[in-house]
Structure formats: C-alpha cells, structure tokens
Ligand binder design. Structure first.
Ligand code: ADP
Length: 476
C-alpha cells in the first residue's frame, strides 16, 4: 500500500512533459521576440546609415568640407544653394551637365523629404534622379543631394538588404526554425521517458520468450513502467523456480524408479533362484528344503515390505490424500504406542525413560497415520542401535504447539547424511539395512505424515552420541 502511494504515475510524467512543452514554447516566444527586435534594430540602423535616409549626416558648416564620397560612388552629385536661390557650389557627376535644377526637380525634392522610405516604383518618381535636401540654418544654405535612380535601385537597396517584406519573411523563418528546434528537443525528452523504458521491457520479454528465464529487467522507474518491470521480474522468477522444481522432481522420480528396481532386484532374484533350485532338485533332504523355503519367504517379505511402504509413500504424496482427523488426547495416544514397543526394547536390553504429562493434551490428529509415523522412529531406534541404548520420549505443550521428542544415545547418523535423511531410500549403512529389513522409506513416510498434519520434524544427531527427533504439531 505504501508503495502505491509513493508510486509516480505516468499521468504525472505526462503533466511534467506538458509543463516542459509550455516552458519550451515560452522560451521560443521570448527568443522569437528578441530575434525580431534585434532584426528591427539592425534594419533601423541600416536605414539610418544611408545618406538618402539622413542627408544631415554629411552636413558641414563649410559646404566645401561635405563628404560626397558615398554620393559620388553612386554617380550622384550635390548642389549648394544660398538664400538667394543661387547655386553657389556643386560636386560630383552633374545631371546632364546642368548647374541649375528645374522646378520639377525642386518639387521632387520637397516630396522626397517627407517620405521616409523611397519607393522607387511610385509614379512621381518618374524622374531619372532621386533627391534629398538639408538646410544649414546657421550658415544659410541648402544642400541638395541627387542620385540617379538606377544607382539607388542597384546599390542603395542592395546594401540595405532588409526591407519590411524581407524582415517579415526572415522573422517568420527564424521563428519557424526556432520552433522546429524546440519541438525536436521536446520530442527527444518525451521519447526518452516513454520509448526507452518500453524498449528495455520489450528486450526483456523477448529474452524470456526465447527461453532465457534468468533474464531480469533493470529499469529505474517508479511509475507504471516500474510496476510492469516488477511484475515481469516476478513472473520470470516464478517460471525459473518452477522450471528448477520440475527438473528436480523429474530427477527425484528417475532416482526413485532406479532405487525401487534396485531394491526389488535382489529379493526377486533370490526367490527365482531358490524356487528354481527346489523345482530341479526334488531329492534334497527335508531340512535343506526347509532352509531354502525360509530364504524364499524372507525375500518375499522384503519385497512385500518394500511394495507396501512404496504404496503408502505414494498415497501420502498424492494430492487426493486426506487425513482422518479426530480430537484426542495425545498423551494417552503416545502412552499406548510406547507400551506396545516395551517388550521389544526389553528384549534388546534397552533402557527407557518417558516424560508424558498425566493431564490430557487434546489435539486434532489422524490416529492411524500418526501411529505409523511415531512407530517408525521408535522402531528405528530399536533396529539400528546396540543393546543398553537409552531411549527417551517426551511430550510438551508450549503455547499453541505440542512438541514430541524421541531421543536415543545410540550410534547416531553422520552429519553429511542428515540433510537428506528424510528423502526416500537414504540409508546410513546399506548392509545393516538389508539385515534389519528396512526399506529406506520409513523416515520419508514419517515426514510426509507430520507435514500432512501441518507440523514439522527435525533431526539432531552425532555419530556415536545418538539421535534426537523433534516433532512440532499445531494445537489450534
Ligand atoms: P528404513 O525404513 O530402512 O529404516 P528410514 O528412512 O527409516 O529407513 O531410515 C533411514 C536410515 O536412517 C536408516 O537406514 C538408518 O541407518 C538411519 N537411522 C534412522 N533412525 C536412526 C536411529 N535412531 N539411530 C541410528 N540410525 C538411524
């Protein structure tokens, strides 16, 4: 639940992207405005640079000092007219070698002075020249600048480069370009947030679909992509675990079949061999015949025990197997089991001690199966240990658990075998086992029964010091 609250949703990521887009758009707007402003300033400055835009820029008190280089470069000329309307000075390439301007020329001068920007195509510009004038108040003279229209067109406008039309186109192009760059940046950032995790997830899914169940997705994300990563990794983990379990159970099944056939082979070979001998040798003595029949019987019993145990073990492994639970006094139940084995203990010269409370401990258990489980343990102690071994059995109720302990101070079980001692067909001493008639399935059956009761069984043992089994059953 805490994880859910901490989770960053994709919706938040989208919101983040929208905010980013908003910021990018604002930046673009500001950049566009600055660019337009700068272009405007450049245009303004460019316009002011021309002597036609500002004839006063070359005005001097002494008209002889007026710099006419730019005008002359454009094949134009200047005329200085005094207060009596007389031309007192000229410089540059004069119009058709005339010293005086016509009235029409003067009209053009007056009109031109009120037009900020000279539009060449206007009808009153029919004259070959374009005129501007500036008046020097102090010295009382007027300067007239005349430049041929062709030069204004070719040179002056070319130099100016920027006119309002060009300026608008350039501004639109610049804004479009900046907008384009902005969107590229935005698409890169947003694709990083969506495409990259998707690619990592697809790569991982592809690996698992190709059978690589060890594949895991490493993706730093707290949103839905992170959840998908976790779900994928859990799925891969489960598949891997199930694959390992399947392989293990397959291996266990194969080993079980091998063990069964191995264990059945010897008694069956003996039965076949001795019965064959008896059939072929009818004339043997009665004693000899009895001896061979005894061998046949003991081997038949061994095979029968193995098949019975195997049947029981398989039954316990089946998912359909159900215990018949009854609520009974476990102390009374244990006392009756122990009582049935006292003659065998005494016969082998065992010493025994029991710690079973007088008062009842009621527990739900399957009498028949728990009898089998506990009997296996007691019988093992009797079977595998030498005379004078001490057996101790106790039962205790601790909180909601009932703990049953079966302990002896016999030969013990080597440490390396303890981990697998509850597996089928695990034996400490093969030779001793065949003598004792053990099938190697006793502890496996005991463990299955205890686990079916929802309990646990553990072993503590040391070679030469004895063995202790502890069973924990839930007393709910
Ligand atoms: P089995 O049915 O052949 O007796 P179990 O599964 O009951 O097989 O026991 C497995 C092995 O554990 C036995 O072969 C025996 O060597 C060893 N074992 C079990 N209990 C004891 C014990 N109390 N003392 C010494 N060895 C034991």
């Amino acid at each position: 639940m805490i994880m859910k609250n901490k989770r960053k949703k994709l919706a938040n990521l989208l919101l983040k992207n929208y905010i980013l887009l908003y910021v990018i758009m604002t930046v673009i707007l500001i950049i566009s405005l600055i660019t337009t402003l700068m272009l405007g300033i450049i245009l303004y400055l460019n316009n002011q640079n021309s002597v036609l835009d500002n004839p006063y820029s070359i005005m001097k008190d002494d008209y002889r000092d007026i710099n006419t280089t730019e005008i002359e470069k454009l094949n134009g000329f200047i005329e200085i007219i005094d207060n009596n309307n007389k031309v007192i000075y000229t410089k540059g390439k004069l119009k058709e070698d005339k010293t005086n301007l016509s009235l029409e020329d003067f009209n053009l001068i007056i009109e031109n002075n009120y037009i900020n920007y000279p539009e060449i195509s206007k009808p009153h510009f029919c004259s070959d020249y374009m005129y501007r004038s500036a008046y020097n108040k102090e010295k009382g003279f007027m300067m007239i600048i005349a430049i041929p229209r062709e030069s204004v067109k070719e040179v002056y406008l070319k130099e100016r480069k920027l006119n309002p039309k060009y300026f608008t186109i350039l501004s639109i192009c610049t804004c479009t370009f900046i907008l384009f760059v902005g969107f590229i940046i935005y698409s890169r950032v947003s694709s990083k947030n969506f495409v990259r995790p998707l690619k990592i997830l697809i790569d991982g899914a592809q690996k698992i679909s190709e059978g690589d169940y060890s594949a895991r997705i490493f993706l730093k994300s707290k949103n839905e992509f992170g959840e998908l990563r976790d779900a994928f990794n859990t799925m891969a983990e489960r598949i891997e675990l199930e694959k390992t379990l399947k392989e293990k159970s397959e291996e266990a099944r194969r080993r079980l079949i091998l063990d069964i056939s191995h264990d059945l082979k010897n008694p069956l070979a003996n039965i076949i061999g001795y019965s064959d001998f008896l059939i072929k040798n009818q004339e043997i003595s009665k004693e000899e015949r009895l001896m061979y029949l005894n061998v046949i019987q003991s081997n038949s019993l061994r095979a029968n025990n193995l098949i019975t145990d195997l049947f029981e073990f398989s039954k316990l492994q089946s998912i359909d197997f159900m215990l018949t639970m009854e609520n009974k006094d476990i102390c009374e139940f244990l006392r009756s089991i122990i009582a049935s084995y006292i003659p065998q203990m005494e016969e082998k010269g065992f010493q025994y001690d029991f710690d079973i409370p007088e008062e009842s401990i009621f527990l739900n258990f399957d009498e028949k199966n728990l009898d089998r489980a506990l009997s296996n343990l007691i019988l093992n102690s009797i079977k595998y240990n030498p005379p004078n071994t001490q057996i101790y059995i106790s039962v205790k109720a601790i909180k909601d658990k009932v703990i049953i302990t079966l302990q002896d101070n016999g030969i013990g079980i080597p440490k390396e075998l303890q981990r697998n001692i509850f597996d089928p067909f695990v034996r400490v001493d093969e030779a001793r086992n065949s003598k004792s008639g053990g099938t190697g399935l006793g502890l496996a059956i005991t463990k299955s029964i205890i686990e079916k009761h929802g309990g646990t069984i553990s072993i503590e043992s040391d070679t030469g010091k004895g063995t202790k089994f502890t069973i924990e059953l839930n007393n709910l």
